[in-house]
Structures are given as structure tokens and as C-alpha cells.
Design a protein around this ligand. Structure first.
Ligand code: ADP
Ligand code: MG
Length: 574
């Protein structure tokens, strides 16, 4: 592909497309319009897979998931003003999750700036807060250099989002190839290891621990450290706990996984090895009352500024997780470490796990209708393939689903993440399905959403059908946000007057037929009320390897999660 090459001339759009391709960008998501339609057309011609989405926010979520799944950024392409503004949520979500992303926004023509141009907005300034880099190339000639810098910045150090602003008049402007400053593809990030003294300090703290715990975060999963972490767990015999998106770095059914005793493990650990996870709200800040006051944290992270946040670490291992795990393995080959499986700590953890598993089992096997969350997840778990990619969002749907649906492979769980963003699900599912299609076509994407979460980007079902992506969406429908009303109570409520003044803020329309959105676009829709209907619908959806489908599962609108030992747990996402 060299459209303008005969004359040695290129349009701005072609230059952008070629520069992205030169940086190994594979996927671009967007919504076209003035002034960037030509960029999308040129990108497709240059061999980039362009996916037209229905809203810029979902496009941006999809592009960010590409970064997490492949380690190279996906691109989100949007128009000026409102189109650009709709990506702020996606850029923030990517940066907060530490995922690479490139957003390219068209903007007003240079000669109309400050004149009140069409969709004019101070985009470069607005983007700065959400991005590692926010730039507007000053000429066509520097575009390849700017794109290389954005790609490099997005993946080097702590990954994050980068924004490139393209003046509308650049898109169709012609430039002579000989004057363009071309830059080669940026190599993968350089690998840094931790200081030797810090590694041996960490090893001696671990060797003396009485109640050690390894916490595996999504930094470990992003850095593809699964083989070495697995070795480390097997050799050391340490109990481990994955954070939500780190599930599967070591399989959830590994005997050393203590997820079912999470609260207890956190509360009593005397030494914690923190592998690519922040001590933020997800880990209760590493502080009492959820942690021991005197807990010794061995912090492993690529970002120096992260060290010491909330808890002063006993050892700081700055660098790449995979490389540092290797260093730890080497250290322990010199002084073998085997944490005894018959220790008091292991006994207590195992006892707690058995106890907790019993409690969910009771709820899962309840026969009453409508179903509760546990029953739904129990039946789904029995039927879905072990290697499926799980996307999950919604309050209870995500929280309960996380504990009940195991992951056996790394980077196969995508959810609301560090930012707790609802509405990410369909964008993530689309990205995951594209990556699976190109790399592991046997893997299915299953997107399990609350009815509220589904609503944020439900029209992306059209995108799924247009590209014929074999995604199975399961909407766990409780008629509302947290809880809802059943059809009877709804009718009763309406007797008291105007819905605008009487519908509870948590309520959504009872028995909404979300599956018909799927059938409207040619996919398969199922409306299910019983375990048997659910099983049949899941089986039929999985048997059809090509068609997208949506199963709308009605559950008890008052269905709640099981009682937590810590009452404050119910408010948080964990
Ligand atoms: P979780 O949500 O699983 O708790 P976080 O997103 O809070 O995880 O933390 C992930 C951490 O991993 C971040 O602090 C980030 O800097 C770090 N990280 C990302 N990539 C790497 C890497 N290759 N090596 C080491 N640390 C990394
Ligand atoms: Mg709901």
C-alpha cells in the first residue's frame, strides 16, 4: 500500500496511517466524521483493522483493552469537540489501570482556531490530565516522530494513555515524502532488574516469615510474568491471592490459591510480597483494620513513585516483575525456600477456605424461583469452557461472579478495574474477540453483565453483529442498580402517580427484554427464568461457534450477596 507514492506525495491521512502501521499498531476503533473519516479509510487501506463503534467511549475502552491484552497500544480515532470529550472516560480508565492506549482526535483547522470553529475545544489542554503525553504535531513532516513518541511513551515505564491532536486541515494536505521525518518501530520496553541488595533483603524477609502471603496484581499479568510466578509459587509453597484482573496468572484452582480466605489472609499475613498491585482501595490501602499494623511489605513495581504509597515497604524491588521474579528464583536456588504446607498458617487458611466454599454452595443450590446470583453463576460455571475469556461488570454481578467463576489462564478476565468503570464490558468484549480471532480462535469471549452495566453501551451489540464476533453476552437482570422491583410491585408503585416522582432511583424497567436488542441485529436472543432454560441457552450459544448471542437471565430483584463478615465490605467493590 503506497497510494500517494507514485508522485512522492502523501496526504496527512495516509501519513498518519502509515506511521501507525510502522509502529505495529494492529487495531483502530472509532466513530468517523469531520475531520477524520479519511484517516480511518487510510488506516484500513494500510492494513490496520478498523472497527467502527457506536460511541467514542466504548471505542476508547476497546482500544485500551487491546493494550492490556497485546502489550502494544490500540488506537481510538475520534472527531473534534464532543467526539473527543467522549473519550475522556476511556483515557482516564486506561491511565488509572496502567494500560497503554493511543487516542487520535481530529480538531479544528489551524486557521480557524479561537474563532469559534466547528466543534472547537481546547483538546490538548483537556487531554493532559488523563494522559502521559498530550501533543499536537506542528507540521505534517513530524507526524511519524510524534506517533512513535506516543507509542513509546504509552508502553515504557508505567504504561498509560497518550493523546495526539490532528488539526482538521492536516488530513487532506499533501506532503512530499522526502521532507517527512520517518522513525522506525519503537522496540519493546527495556527490561530493568532490581538492586541486588534489595533482592537478598527481600529473600531473607521471606525466609523468616511466619505467615507469608504473595499478592499477584494485574501488573504481573500485564508483564507476562506467569511462567516465572508459577515456578516461584511451586518452589516456595507460599499461599497466594490474585487481585481481580490478576486471576489466572496462576490458575485459580492451584492448591496455593487462598482467594476463598481472602479477608483472613490479608488480615493475618506478617509478610506480603506485592507483585504489581497498588495498595489502593482494592487492597484496603494495606492498612488496619484489614491488615496488621506491623505487616512487612516487599513491594515490586516498575514505577518508583508507587513505592511507599500508604505503607513504608520493608524492601523495594524496582523494575520489571518478570525479571525480578527471575532474580528471586535465582536467590532461592542459592538458599532453598520451602514454606511448610503443614504450618499453622496453612492449616488456618485451609479451614477458612472450606468454610467459605460451603456457604456459597448452599446459596448456589437453592431451587426457588426467581434465581439468585449464586444459582446463576453455578450453572454458568458448569458449562463454560475453561479457556474462555471472561468480561464482567455490574456491582453484584461482577463481585459475585469474580468469586464463583474461576480463571485458568492469564489476561482472560477484564472488568471494571481500578477505576470501577461501568460500561466497559462491550468494548472490552469486542477487543478480546478480535484478539482471540487473530491469535487463539478456539477461545470464546463471554461477557457477563448486570442489566444496568449493559445499558451503558448496549448499542455496541450492533457492532458485534456487524463484525460477526462470536461473543456470548449474559445479562444478569435484577431490574435495577443494586436491587430492583418485580413487575407486581412496579404496577403497585405506579398507582401512586407519576413515574417521574415515584420510580426509585435504583430501579430499571422490570422484565426489560434486552435479548431482543441482539435479535434485532440478527444475533440469537434468549429470555430465561429457570436453571433449565439457562443451561439450554448457554449450551446452544456455545454450540454455535460463529453467532453472537445474548441471554437475558431474570433473577430475584431483591437478590443480595451473602452476608459478609466485615459489614463495610458490602460497600466496596470487593
Ligand atoms: P491491581 O488492580 O491488580 O491491584 P494495579 O493496577 O493497582 O493492580 O497495579 C499494577 C501495578 O503494576 C502498577 O503499580 C504498575 O506500575 C505495575 N506494573 C505494570 N507493569 C509492570 C511491569 N512490567 N513490571 C513491574 N510492575 C509493573
Ligand atoms: Mg442490576
Amino acid at each position: 500500500y503506497e497510494a500517494g507514492s507514485a508522485s512522492g506525495e502523501l496526504s496527512g491521512a495516509q501519513l498518519i496511517a502509515e506511521a501507525l502501521r510502522a509502529q505495529n499498531v494492529e487495531y483502530m476503533f472509532g466513530v468517523v466524521g469531520i475531520p477524520i473519516t479519511e484517516v480511518a479509510v487510510a488506516a484500513q487501506a494500510a492494513g490496520i483493522k478498523y472497527i467502527g463503534m457506536r460511541n467514542e467511549q466504548a471505542a476508547c475502552y476497546a482500544a485500551s483493552a487491546i493494550g492490556y491484552l497485546t502489550g502494544r497500544p490500540g488506537v481510538c480515532l475520534v472527531v473534534s469537540g464532543p467526539g473527543f470529550l467522549h473519550t475522556l472516560g476511556g483515557m482516564a480508565n486506561a491511565t488509572v489501570n496502567c494500560w497503554p492506549l493511543i487516542v487520535i482526535g481530529g480538531s479544528s483547522d489551524r486557521n480557524q482556531e479561537t474563532m469559534g470553529a466547528f466543534q472547537e475545544f481546547p483538546q490538548v489542554e483537556a487531554a493532559r490530565l488523563y494522559n502521559k503525553l498530550s501533543v499536537r504535531p506542528s507540521s505534517l513532516e513530524v507526524i511519524p516522530a510524534v506517533i512513535e513518541k506516543a507509542v513509546r511513551t504509552s508502553i515504557y515505564g508505567r504504561p498509560g494513555s497518550c493523546y495526539i491532536d490532528i488539526p482538521g486541515d492536516f488530513v487532506n494536505l499533501q506532503v512530499n515524502k522526502s521532507s517527512v521525518k520517518y522513525v522506525e518501530c519503537c522496540p519493546p520496553p527495556p527490561i530493568s532488574t532490581a538492586e541486588h541488595s534489595a533482592v537478598s533483603e527481600a529473600a531473607s524477609i521471606i525466609a523468616h516469615a511466619k505467615q507469608p502471603l504473595l499478592i499477584i496484581g494485574k501488573g504481573a499479568s500485564y508483564s507476562r510474568a506467569e511462567n516465572n510466578i508459577r515456578k516461584f509459587v511451586d518452589l516456595s509453597g507460599l499461599p497466594f491471592l490474585p487481585t481481580p484482573m490478576a486471576k489466572g496468572v496462576v490458575p485459580d484452582n492451584h492448591p496455593n490459591c487462598v482467594a476463598a480466605a481472602r479477608s483472613m489472609a490479608l488480615l493475618h499475613a506478617d509478610v506480603i510480597i506485592l507483585l504489581g498491585a497498588r495498595l489502593n482501595w482494592i487492597l484496603h490501602f494495606g492498612l488496619p483494620p484489614r491488615f496488621r499494623q506491623d505487616v512487612k511489605v516487599i513491594q515490586i513495581d516498575i514505577c518508583a513513585e508507587e513505592m511507599g504509597n500508604n505503607v513504608r515497604p520493608a524492601a523495594m524491588l524496582l523494575g520489571d516483575i518478570n525479571a525480578i521474579t527471575k532474580q528471586l528464583l535465582e536467590e532461592f536456588s542459592k538458599r532453598p525456600l520451602k514454606y511448610p504446607s503443614n504450618s499453622e498458617w496453612w492449616k488456618r487458611l485451609r479451614e477458612k477456605m472450606l468454610n467459605n466454599e460451603e456457604r456459597s454452595k448452599d446459596l448456589a443450590l437453592q431451587k426457588s424461583l426467581p434465581m439468585n446470583y449464586y444459582t446463576v453463576f453455578h450453572h454458568i460455571r458448569e458449562l463454560i469452557p475453561k479457556d474462555c475469556i471472561l468480561v464482567s461488570e455490574g456491582a453484584n454481578t461482577m463481585d459475585i461472579g469474580r468469586t464463583m467463576l474461576p480463571n485458568y489462564h492469564p489476561r482472560q478476565r477484564l472488568d471494571a478495574g481500578t477505576f470501577g468503570t461501568m460500561g466497559v464490558g462491550l468494548g472490552f468484549a469486542i477487543a478480546a474477540a478480535l484478539v482471540a480471532k487473530d491469535r487463539t480462535p478456539e477461545k470464546r469471549v463471554i461477557c457477563i453483565e448486570g442489566d444496568s452495566a449493559f445499558g451503558f453501551s448496549g448499542m455496541e451489540v450492533e457492532t458485534i453483529c456487524r463484525y460477526n464476533l462470536p461473543i456470548l453476552i449474559i445479562v444478569v437482570n435484577n431490574n435495577g442498580i443494586y436491587t430492583g422491583l418485580d413487575a407486581g410491585s412496579w404496577k403497585e408503585m405506579l398507582q401512586y402517580g407519576d413515574p417521574v416522582t415515584s420510580v426509585p432511583p435504583v430501579s430499571l424497567l422490570p422484565n426489560a427484554r434486552y435479548e431482543e436488542i441482539m435479535s434485532a441485529f440478527g444475533g440469537k436472543g434468549y429470555f430465561v427464568n429457570t436453571p433449565e432454560e439457562l443451561q439450554n441457552a448457554v449450551k446452544a450459544s456455545l454450540a454455535d461457534k460463529r453467532a453472537p448471542s445474548l441471554i437475558n437471565v431474570m433473577i430475584d430483584p431483591q437478590s443480595e450477596r451473602k452476608k459478609q463478615e466485615f459489614p463495610w465490605l458490602t460497600r466496596s467493590n470487593l
